[in-house]
Design a binder for this molecule. Structure first.
Ligand code: PLP
Length: 411
């Protein structure tokens, strides 16, 4: 144990991270996969807009600095860097599940031959509800239309071969693949470009739920030819509870005559206030917007995006890989008789989060014991514990302290 702490000390000395940009609650925080920490500047930026509202009222829409009318435009560029997209392919709007539905309006266009959706069986339940209700909405029986990809017997993870062979099996009837990357429960990330290439052989569209991917994985959505994606901003993107969702629509679809639910914030902004009855497409992802966005929420997101602009996803993922490997090493060396790791060990198949099960004992009680010590990890029914060292704000010393806390509670 001593060596492990010494290694944490040594690594800590040359380590660079952006921990000082965040407010840290008391204790050890390993739940950035659920709710990211608050950027220090968030309250100032929210206050700035409250002041503008107080002093300028409606004039705030067109104030000199950061007018509310175009406030959302400030997020397309930093978000496009985070997910590997072009600026016009990205917009911030609504919440994640709402956006998945809006995107499926455009990209799930089933017909009597091609109507199935492939998804992981252990996808986040909201995604399962969304795809099943979409199938029902189009008059299909979800039992038949939704293919839930299950791990092989006795396994927890889904192999690349399983995904590819399922595409092959259903190649004539699949309309859409919707994958969570990473998977919220196992932390497994998928080989997106290989899956997309296979899907494209048969004209199948691919969408991603990046709730656990954006700000965590290195992504190249544009180059990988992903059709669409959506993600929330309150986990790895540290924008605050329930804050808005990001959306990606590949450039090749911009301007296509797709079905789409439309609203006034999607019509051409140059003529929006002419209040024309006719919708005018902007030929960017912005045209998927329905309503004017909540500025106070976006103000908090501004603080987070500024931090991401100080680094790059390559840099973050490199530090994340090292930090997660350090945590994995601590768990494997000191606690191997107590825990089974679920998340793949290969860094190219995961992000920062590790999921595990206890070999014996009650995981809920273990989690509660840690909570009492102000050690924050989380528990997902029936028996999964999830922990994330965040490359933005977790130190090697904190990882070592977490391993020590695990040891104390498990022995
Ligand atoms: C993987 C995943 N998908 C979807 C959601 C739903 O997000 P929202 O409530 O913002 O729609 C979550 C929420 O945690 C999630 O983790």
């Amino acid at each position: 144990m001593q060596d492990f702490f010494q290694e944490a000390e040594v690594r800590g000395q040359t380590d660079c991270l952006l921990a000082h940009e965040f407010c840290h609650p008391e204790g050890l925080y390993f739940t950035g996969h659920s709710l990211g920490l608050m950027p220090r500047k968030a309250p100032d930026y929210v206050q700035e807009e409250l002041e503008a509202w107080k002093k300028l009222a409606v004039e705030g829409h067109f104030k000199e600095s950061r007018p509310w009318y175009s406030y959302h435009e400030n997020f397309c560029k930093p978000m496009s860097h985070i997910v590997g997209a072009q600026e016009e392919e990205v917009v911030v709007m609504n919440s994640l599940t709402v956006n998945l539905h809006l995107l499926m309006v455009s990209f799930y266009r089933p017909n009597s031959k091609r109507f199935k959706i492939l998804i992981e069986k252990n996808a986040f339940p909201s995604d399962l509800y969304a795809v099943k209700s979409q199938a029902r909405f189009h008059g299909f029986d979800p039992e038949e239309a939704v293919i839930e990809l299950e791990p092989d017997q006795g396994e927890f993870l889904i192999s690349q071969e399983q995904i590819l062979s399922s595409i092959e099996t259903h190649k004539d009837s699949l309309a859409l693949i919707l994958l969570g990357n990473c998977n919220y429960l196992s932390g497994q990330s998928f080989p997106v470009s290989t899956i997309v290439d296979k899907a494209k052989e048969w004209g199948i569209l691919v969408g991603l739920d990046l709730a656990h991917g954006a700000g965590n994985l290195y992504l190249e959505l544009h180059n990988w030819n992903v059709d669409f994606a959506a993600w929330c901003s309150y986990k790895y993107l540290n924008s605050g509870p329930g804050n808005l969702s990001g959306v990606f629509i590949h450039k090749k679809h911009l301007g296509e005559p797709l079905p789409r639910f439309e609203g006034w914030w999607g019509t051409d902004k140059k003529s929006r206030f002419q209040m024309k009855p006719q919708f005018e497409d902007m030929l960017t992802a912005e045209s998927w917007q329905l309503s004017n966005p909540p500025i106070l929420d976006l103000a908090a997101m501004r603080a987070s995006m500024e931090i991401f602009e100080k680094t790059s996803m390559r840099q973050l993922r490199d530090r994340g890989d090292q930090l997660t490997a350090f945590l994995e090493k601590g768990l494997r060396v000191f606690l191997k008789e107590h825990i089974d790791l679920i998340t793949p060990s290969n860094p190219s198949e995961r992000g920062s989060m590790l999921s595990l099960r206890l070999k014996k004992g009650n995981p809920r009680e273990f989690y509660q014991q840690l909570q009492k010590k102000k050690v924050f990890i989380d528990f997902r029914e029936p028996d999964i514990l999830r922990l994330t060292p965040s490359p933005l704000y977790t130190s090697y010393q904190e990882v070592a302290q977490l391993v020590q806390a695990f040891k104390e509670c498990l022995q």
